[in-house]
Design a protein around this ligand. Sequence first.
Ligand code: CMC
Length: 430
Amino acid sequence: MSGETVKLQLGGLEVELPILVGTEGERVIEIDKLRAMTGYITLDDGYANTGSTTSEITYLDGEKGILRYRGYPIEEIAERCDFTETAYLLIYGELPTAEELETFRKSIRARSLLHEGMKTIFAGFPPDAHPMAILSAVVGALAIYCRDSLDPADPRQREVAIFRMLAKMPTIAAFSYKQSIGQPFIYSQNKLSYCQNFLQMMFAVPSERYEPDPDFVHALNLLLILHADHGQNCSTSTVRMVGSSTVNLFSSVSAGICALWGALHGGANEACINMLEAIHADNDNLGKYIDLAKDPNDDYRLMGFGHRVYKNYDPRAKIIKEVCHGLLEKHSREDPIFELAQELEEVALSDPYFIERRLYPNVDFYSGIIYKIIGIPKQMFTVLFALGRLPGWIAHWREMHLAPGGMRIHRPRQLYTGSAQRKFVPLIKR
Ligand code: CMC
């Protein structure tokens, strides 16, 4: 607390509300006593101006294009850490020592297998089931198979749930893909890194040796790091919201996966490739779609452009853009979808409509293209986003449970605008 207050006059009442100041000088008015003091609540559609919590995990400044995990700039983390190290930093707040990191890796590796009974869950899904629906369902089912790590108030159970979640999510994601193409499940190998392991579980078959391409491992590692946390976004807020009822980590993450699936959030990377394919099928008529996106009377939007928070170039997109261009050079120059993507990027970055509204390509524009180059089918793109965001979800869930003042169930209010009290009409008279 800064000691400063703001005075608010409401009718004949004058109330004083505390001002809190964040590490980077952000100033917020604390209103949690406002209703008790005045009878008023505040209304903020889409929570565009509402801080739902204090948090020590991620700092982002959308105006300046800054993103930091636990104080470290994303550019440095992306260059110097691997995904598991980043996960440790986000969850526990400090960069690990070599010993801490090795113990963390071992704790994850040791838990990557799924209970054999869980295979029957996959078998019950139709082959065309969307992997995000499978991921959410099977992660939810971990609460059935991991009943000795459901109590978030028990420190040991909390830690085991975190290891299990990090270990089993790639296995579940890869199994959902294998199930959809009718191939046998491939188990994890402890000698491989997190990203190598995921690629081999996705693409290896028992009859052949598989060596993941180091360029792909590098790009995947980078993408997972860049997606690992982003403050109180829709899915993270969902994990906090659900977790605030004191439900276990698996159920909270399962809900977060559902929130991520939507096209305005994590679903944008898949929607972006769908959009490029639709434009290609329409004779590569890019101009038509750019005009549609600019038409105030049409809802059409260019997927992979714009961001609620970044009104400057998304720092994650800046990092991944170079990797994307490098992979395009080396691996897939011929694909018309990639040519179209490059053309769209150039046109949108020079068109006044996008410049004035500061609609830059976001991280999902480039991630969709990279996943396509790696050979990941597009319905798996958002699953990859979920894998990346997992440490962030866990970090927020853990932070909430360890909050010094204790945890409070999330329970927003509303402004009721429906009918006033009415007289009930019996069915026979309607
Ligand atoms: N294409 C065309 N016009 C756009 C777009 C777009 N992608 N995004 C915003 N606009 C226009 C919008 O029509 C509005 O114009 P005007 O001022 O003339 O009415 C102006 O830009 C501001 O838009 P907004 O809807 O107020 O912006 P928002 O902050 O509510 O929405 C967004 C942010 C990400 C939902 C939106 O930009 C969008 O729909 N983008 C496409 C979907 C997408 O790529 N989502 C992934 C976001 S990054 C991953 C993540 O963090 O989840």
